[in-house]
Design a protein around this ligand. Sequence first.
Ligand code: PA5
Length: 424
Amino acid sequence: MDIKLDIKNLNGFIDKSEWKAIEPDVEKVHQDLINKTGQGNDFTGWVDLPSQISDSLIDELESFGEEVRAHSDCLINIGIGGSYLGVRATMEFLIADQKIPIHYAGNNLSSGYLFHLLESLKDKHVTVVVVSKSGTTTECALAFRIIKKFMQEKYSPEELKKHIICATDAHRGALKKIADQEGYKTYPIYDDVGGRFSVLCPAGLVSLAIAGIDIRQLVEGARVAEKKFMTPSVEKNIAHQYAAARFLLHQKGKKIEVLSTFYQRLSYIAEWWKQLFGESEGKDGKGTFPASLNLTADLHSMGQMMQEGERNVFETFLMVEDSGHKMIIPKDDQNLDNFNCVAGKDLDFVNKQAHKATAEAHYEGGVPNMTIMLPSCNAHALGQLYYFFQKAVATTGYLMGVNPFNQPGVEAYKKKMFALLGRK
Ligand code: PA5
């Protein structure tokens, strides 16, 4: 089952002639991407990554995952940004498939957070996957120093080789050096794939395989999407439709996109999406600002702003057709809350009506919106979604005239922080 995009709530905001006029630009951008003739073309390895991943690599990762689970109670994934969010988003979405718990470190600089994490793992068998392409990212490097000491107190140097895995650049960088010196197993983030596009690299897949996620289906979903979103047309390719709509809406003053999710398990996908879109587009004074809402909770806070605030926003709803669980609403004889109208129905039925009502109300309130519909909560659907968003952001980035694959802006604060820390 494929993911779908509903664009009917763009009517009146984008007209037929605009869809038609953008078609040749999208086709050109598509060719630039697949022929590697656009900006940042040395970082477009993600385009055919799903079809390049061999079944033997998946076999190897799966059996390595089993081996690690046999001697570990849990996993710590150390990483930040693209080296963290893909793993976390996948784990939160596929929580039911998790075979051992996964904890996260290196995504903040909070002493309290790390203190409590390590306290809780004192008596556990722990395996660590440290993910960093550069190996020098502050949060990740410092967390690894602290956690490595914790692990050295637990295990002998020989045992440590079974319990520490480094996911990093295949050839260079500080982490690669540490791994080579200490004899830790390594998995690569490929040279031509940037952090935020790396969830399907071995570096991302290894933590997921250890946690017990069906990485074969995740990759298979992405392969299906790679093939499907190879069509140049805007009309027949929903990744291009979404990208073109975002670009046209931005040109009309809709400078903020809100990704609204109606399921808890989707909220880290929204975090991953914000990083992917924010770092890819926000440069040269350009870019749509990506924000997200957790619905229906945020309808009781940000709902007011969405309905009646400044009309510089468009919204993308992320929904799931089959949410996987049933929670039947009981009948109440007294019916004091007057909700017997939905007695006997699944709570998800109400959630879906909430989505319909919100999409309609926001549309009537001047917020153009689209809905991405996932068929179900499984790895195959998620693989499709990852590829859909990657293809879309690269397309809008090129339409906007930016290089979607670099992030020069994130260096500015680092320079100042390193000066304060006395780091050369
Ligand atoms: O998408 C990106 O490139 C960034 O978000 C990086 O993933 C993030 O800064 C972490 O970098 P590194 O993997 O080098 O530690």
